[in-house]
Design a protein around this ligand. Structure first.
Ligand code: GLA
Length: 388
């Protein structure tokens, strides 16, 4: 993180001729267990990772804002009072949305600024560089305007930027993980109460993250479609079981089996995934508390199988990767992580063997799919913070 902050300061100074007055940092995240459960008011185990985005601001003499994405060498200009959304530099929609909704929530008068951001999260790998951009910009904009935004308010503002400025109806997982991360621990979140707790990692284990390098072109519309199906399923269960069913969180695996023939088969199939995931997360959290990494790893494999079979948010590359991982000595579990349809898999390994496992996984994946893979150890890390 320190190198990234230094790079940010240099970039800002080189382009704007001054040091940023405010600097914030927010990490990416990895979803460990609990897939598509967040918007179903369920449970997730996740972690903030040791890669993120640094975002710096200095005051401008006018009301206009200039924001520069140092990594892409692109800049945008917009009015502080009305950032608007754009179809051109789409990356800028996240900070634009965050600024607009922060102002709506806290009612300050936005000032012009010069802004720079840069990061070290692989883009489009499913590690939530977008949430890191929302949260780092949100912290920086807050400090710049002299307000203190509560963490949950900031998470919801980031989510709203995704919904209204980027068109993805995501849950709150990415923003909460980025804000509530802890070193050496997983974040356990209840997405109904929005309480985030932490659970320690089992001794002698580590997580590898392996980016398949593929991204389905329809990810956003597929994601929104899955969410709609889950909402349909919850409504169907509400008709069957009564108003106590507020979301799929309230449906059990036993209900799924009992009422199978009362639901549209496609809707049933989609709902089976988050319902199973919720139970796996609760069982998994207990396994972690006992230090039973092997049991936890098995749940990760089951989670992937459920994605593949029911939610159909996997892809041949992710399947090949998880299958290859399952054959390597010292691998305890593997599954797709995040929205799916490409992106990364997360692998739980015996720590001492992680370099050998990474090498075997890369060669097995190259043999299966003819593509390069560079699995790397991710360290569960502290959450977002204001640096200056
Ligand atoms: C994406 C979304 C999250 C969550 C995951 C799937 O990362 O942004 O809100 O739904 O997919 O668990």
């Amino acid at each position: 993180m320190d190198d990234l902050i230094q790079r940010l300061r240099k970039e800002h100074q080189a382009v704007f001729g001054v040091e940023p007055a405010v600097v914030a940092y927010a990490p990416g995240r990895v979803e460990i267990l609990g897939n598509h459960t967040d918007y179903n008011e369920g449970f997730v185990l996740s972690a903030a990772i040791d890669a993120g985005i640094a975002f710096g601001l200095s005051p401008a003499d006018e009301d206009a804002c200039t924001l520069r994405a140092a990594d892409f060498g692109e800049s945008v200009r917009f009015q502080a009072v009305n950032p608007g959304r754009t179809d051109r530099e789409r990356w800028s929609n996240y900070p634009r949305g965050v600024l607009a909704f922060l102002r709506e929530r806290y009612g300050f008068r936005p000032r012009g600024f010069q802004g720079t951001f840069c990061g070290d999260i692989p883009v489009a790998a499913g590690l939530s560089s977008s949430a890191a951009l929302e949260i780092s910009s949100g912290l920086a904009f807050s400090a710049f305007h002299g307000i203190v935004a509560e963490k949950l308010a900031l998470a919801k503002i980031g989510q709203r930027a995704e919904h209204e400025f980027a068109g993805v109806r995501c849950g709150l997982l990415d923003q909460i993980s980025s804000l509530f991360g802890r070193e050496q621990a997983l974040v356990f979140t209840d997405f109904r109460s929005l309480e985030a707790d932490t659970v320690s990692l089992p001794q002698g284990t580590a997580f590898l993250i392996a980016d398949t390098g593929v991204k389905h072109t329809l990810v956003d519309s597929e994601y929104n479609e899955r969410r709609r199906r889950c909402e349909e399923a919850a409504a169907a269960f509400r008709r069957i079981l009564g108003p106590g069913i507020a979301a799929l969180r309230d449906v059990t695996r036993a209900d799924m089996m009992k009422y199978r023939d009362r639901l549209d088969p496609d809707v049933w199939k989609r709902a089976a995934h988050p319902v199973g995931e919720n139970e796996r997360v609760l069982t998994g959290a207990e396994a972690l508390k006992r230090g039973d990494a092997a049991a936890f790893g098995r749940l990760m494999f089951e989670s992937h199988e459920s994605s593949r079979k029911y939610f159909e948010n996997s892809c041949p590359e992710l399947d090949a990767l998880v299958e290859a991982a399952g054959k390597i000595q010292g691998v305890l579990g593997a599954r797709l992580s995040g929205g799916g349809f490409g992106g990364s898999a997360v692998v739980l390994v015996e720590k001492d063997r992680s370099p050998a496992i990474a090498a075997s996984l890369a060669s097995a994946y190259a043999a299966a799919r003819g593509r390069r893979l560079e699995p790397r150890v991710v360290l569960p890390s502290a959450g977002a913070r204001l640096v200056t």
